[in-house]
Design a binder for this molecule. Structure first.
Ligand code: ASP
Length: 418
């Protein structure tokens, strides 16, 4: 995409966001009335996810040439994701311990807390790390490919596509025909995503207007923010430190990319992440932006982004750690060093298990709470503001996937330029 049209798109998205905030903030009812346009945008993004993940992965793995390269690419990707996630959690922990946003429950306004929703949300979900790991491993092997597709269950599709793509390269001419077919599917889906970019300003704007309208406009949102201001502020500050300092350092020094240019390339995807609260829904735009404008090889993007959108959740892990410690502080429970380290480890791992959909992190946070024996009902204290923090952490999740793609592409020797 030419840089002029990129600038125009960015400007339109900013206008969309601004209009959405004003509309939803001051005229909540109108905000709610236009929300269906955002819903349409969201659906259009989601419908791309399955064909895009499968075709990207199949084409990507078949272009590696030597299947051993997959091990190296996979190893580097996981190492980067785990390291940045652990750093994000450490930042969150440091801030929540220093700022100490939790005050004893007696002095806190808990009128917003609801315990019913908590138990509803936790139903049938793994609540210990062992259960979570078992669930992740079991889910990697789909029992029914079409059921996995129908549920947009990305992890089993990734695993299947990797194996399928690898095998296609070993069966000669017939395999090549199928690879060509998936190349065509991939190109076509990317073409649709390219078109979708141009409706993103309306989609993003109306999603924001709708959600703000649902919160009762500024008049409804402001009290929510005030009650949990110190907690929300701690999460946001920690996300900003990670997103604006740590990840840019990795991008500049390991990925050898210009930070402002890369942020501009990713702007539409990042704002989509904020408005949809879903890494999965944003994935098509992330892939399109990085391949078309980000100068990152298609092979790296095809592998790193679907995997990242599914398992790499820097923002979610950070939030889970802050939330767990906030809950402990609110219940007057002091965590020792050993327990703080358990929070660090479980938050890092349980974020991997969170799906790239809205408020998934809230559910896997129970694992962190249980690991250090904190009351699960504590989740009800933070529910009311979660919709907003979810948007913030999803944006960082998507940004860290994109930074990962640059760093890994460089490590794989795919970028000549410094
Ligand atoms: N909504 C987040 C995402 O899609 C996951 C979460 O933290 O709830 O990345």
């Amino acid at each position: 995409m030419a840089s002029n049209s990129s600038n125009r798109l960015l400007l339109l998205i900013i206008i969309g966001i601004f209009s959405g905030i004003v509309l939803g903030g001051f005229l909540p009812e109108t905000g709610r009335a236009v929300a269906f346009l955002g819903e349409l945008f969201l659906r259009a993004l989601f419908v791309m996810v399955v064909p895009l993940v499968m075709s990207s992965m199949i084409v990507g793995v078949s272009s590696l040439g030597d299947v051993r390269k997959l091990g190296q690419l996979g190893g580097r990707t996981i190492l980067f994701f785990m390291t940045t996630t652990a750093i994000a959690v450490a930042i969150g922990l440091l801030l929540v311990l220093v700022i100490h946003p939790g005050v004893p429950l007696e002095s806190m306004d808990t009128s917003h807390a609801t315990s019913e929703t908590v138990s509803e949300r936790m139903e049938d979900k793994p609540t210990t790390l062992g259960d979570l790991l078992k669930t992740i491993l079991t889910n990697m092997v789909p029992q029914n490919l079409f059921a996995a597709m129908a549920n947009t269950d990305v992890l089993p599709l990734i695993v299947f596509s990797l194996i399928f793509g690898g095998i296609l390269t070993t069966i000669g001419e017939q395999g090549h025909i199928v690879i060509r077919l998936f190349e065509g599917i991939n190109e076509a889906i990317m073409g649709i995503v390219h078109l979708l970019m141009w409706v993103a300003p309306i989609g993003i704007g109306t999603l924001i207007a709708g959600r703000l309208g649902e919160a009762g406009g500024f008049a409804g949102f402001w009290p929510q923010l005030q009650t949990l201001g110190a907690y929300a502020g701690t999460v946001i500050l920690a996300l900003l430190l990670h997103g604006l300092i740590i990840l840019p350092i990795a991008l500049r020094f390991l990925g050898k990319q210009s930070v402002p240019d890369y942020a501009k390339v990713m702007s539409a995807a990042l704002m989509t992440a904020f408005s949809t609260s879903s890494s999965s829904a944003t994935m098509p735009l992330t892939i399109e932006s990085l391949i078309e404008k980000g100068n990152i090889s298609r092979r790296t993007v095809s592998f790193v982004i679907p995997l990242g959108a599914t398992i790499n959740m820097n923002g979610t892990a950070l939030y889970e750690a802050v939330a767990a410690v906030f809950i402990a502080q609110s219940y007057g429970i002091e965590l020792g060093l050993g327990e703080t380290i358990i929070v660090l480890l479980t938050a890092t791992l349980s974020a991997i298990g969170a799906a790239g959909i809205p408020e998934a992190g809230l559910v896997t946070m129970v694992i962190v709470l249980k690991a250090v024996d904190l009351p699960i009902e504590g989740v009800s204290l933070i529910l009311v503001i979660d919709w907003f923090l979810d948007r913030c952490r999803t944006t960082i999740n998507v940004w860290s996937d994109a930074v990962g793609a640059a760093v890994i592409d460089r490590a794989e020797g795919n970028q000549e330029k410094a």
